[in-house]
Structures are given as structure tokens and as C-alpha cells.
Design a protein around this ligand. Structure first.
Ligand code: UDP
Length: 234
């Protein structure tokens, strides 16, 4: 096993599976099983989950909702996903804690850094919900900052694409995948990995990122074993 403690970032959209909206139970169960496989190795895992399958702050502006209010709606969406993920992980036999950036004590614990670390040491999977609790941020920024705070060795960004490409592989048939790339090259080539706030945080704190396809069975396991899957940014 290459890592001891990781932060896994899952987008809300990934939870939709084949659906147009919401949470696909099969997808959720599939993720729980992938996570269990690496947890069984003794890996300490923290998870940040997005909310894009339910609501995004920027969406709000189109529907006449104030941006900041919209961002709070987005944060609440991540809590909904967090509860769903928690329940699915527990059904698969793991112990978990949901910690929130917004206080909501009936549903989850508040985020307290030292407590989060203690949960991880005890083998609990920690899910960070409600992002950072501040508007104008994203769950990518949450992933970067929380990863730094808990001393994770790497941010694993599980997406639908299997890495960082020279251009958008869903549009350009000639797009080529990078196995490795530096932070500097990502800037220079204008590639998109995460939003800039999130990306800069990782760069400044020398926290590597691996972008990989979380939907492909066994990929998370391979990443943890140190196999070359997806793209490594460092
Ligand atoms: N959000 C926020 N502050 C945070 C994290 C999230 O305001 O610290 C809001 C923001 O509106 C964002 C939404 O929550 O659009 C859902 O998160 P995100 O879009 O990052 O989810 P993903 O794209 O990963 O599904």
C-alpha cells in the first residue's frame, strides 16, 4: 500500500449514475464497496462529496435566487449526499462520521480538526459535508483544505474522466492523457483539474493530486497500491 491517509473527492454528479438528477442507489453501493476494499487494507480515508447532482450555487443566479443563498443551498445538498454515503458505507460494514462545515448537530458533528484526525486514527471513515461552510467556495477547495488540515498524503479526485488530457477527451478525439504532470505545467497549458483556489492550495502545500476514473471497478484499489492509474499532479 502506497498511502496511509488519503482524501477522496467525489463529485455530486457522479452519484447520479444513469439518472438526470439525485442519487442512484446502485452507484452509491458500488462506491461503498470500492471504498471498503481499500479501507480493509488499513487505509485511513476522509471523503469530501459534492452537491452538483442536487444543487449548485451558480445555478441559483439563473433562477433569481441570490448567489450567497444559492451557495448555502449547495452546501446543504452536499450534506444530503453525505448522509446517503454514510448510510451506504455503514450498510457495507464500515464505521463512519459525518462532519459538517455548517452546524447541524442533530444530523452530523461540527468539523473539529483534531477530532477528525482522531476518528481517522480509530479507523472511521470521515465524510466532510457542507463544504467549508462559506459561500464562494467549492467542494474542490474543501477537498484541498481539509486534506491539508488532516495531513492527508494525496487528494484523490474520482471523476468520470480517467485523468488530465491535452484537451477535453469528450470533444477532441486526438486528446492525449498525461500519466504525470507538474502543477506548473497545468497552469502554463491552461488545463483544468480543479478550480484555481483549490489547485493553488494543493500546489502551495505540496499536496499531490491524482485524477482518476472512480466508476471503473478496482481503480481506487490500484491507485492505493501505487499503480499508474489516471494522472498524477505534483
Ligand atoms: N459550496 C459553497 N461552499 C463550499 C462548498 C460548496 O458555497 O465550501 C456550494 C457551491 O454553491 C457549490 C455547491 O455547494 O456549487 C455544490 O458543490 P460543488 O459544485 O463543488 O459540487 P460538485 O461539483 O463536486 O458536485
Amino acid at each position: 500500500m502506497k498511502y496511509k491517509r488519503v482524501l477522496l473527492k467525489l463529485s455530486g454528479e457522479a452519484l447520479m449514475g444513469q439518472q438526470q438528477y439525485g442519487i442512484d442507489a446502485n452507484r452509491l453501493d458500488q462506491y461503498a464497496k470500492e471504498i471498503k476494499r481499500v479501507h480493509d487494507l488499513g487505509l485511513e480515508i476522509a471523503i469530501v462529496i459534492g452537491g452538483g447532482n442536487i444543487f449548485r450555487g451558480v445555478q441559483a443566479e439563473n433562477s433569481g435566487i441570490d448567489r450567497v443563498q444559492g451557495d448555502y443551498m449547495g452546501m446543504l445538498a452536499t450534506v444530503i449526499n453525505g448522509i446517503a454515503l454514510q448510510s451506504s458505507l455503514e450498510k457495507n460494514g464500515m464505521y463512519t462520521r459525518l462532519m459538517s462545515g455548517l452546524e447541524m448537530e442533530k444530523v452530523c458533528e461540527p468539523f473539529i480538526r483534531r477530532r477528525a484526525i482522531r476518528h481517522l486514527e480509530k479507523g472511521r471513515i470521515v465524510i466532510f459535508g457542507a463544504g467549508l461552510g462559506n459561500p464562494y467556495f467549492t467542494t474542490d477547495s474543501t477537498a484541498s483544505l481539509r486534506a491539508i488540515e488532516i495531513n492527508a498524503e494525496v487528494v484523490l479526485k474520482g471523476t468520470r474522466v480517467d485523468g488530465v488530457y491535452t484537451s477535453d477527451p469528450e470533444k477532441d478525439p486526438h486528446a492525449e492523457k498525461y500519466a504525470k504532470i507538474t502543477f506548473q505545467e497545468v497552469y502554463e497549458k491552461g488545463l483544468s483539474v480543479m478550480d484555481m483556489t483549490a489547485f493553488t492550495l494543493c500546489q502551495e502545500n505540496k499536496l499531490p493530486i491524482i485524477v482518476f476514473d472512480m466508476n471503473k471497478g478496482g481503480n481506487l484499489f490500484k491507485v492505493i497500491e501505487g499503480e499508474e492509474v489516471g494522472t498524477l499532479i505534483n
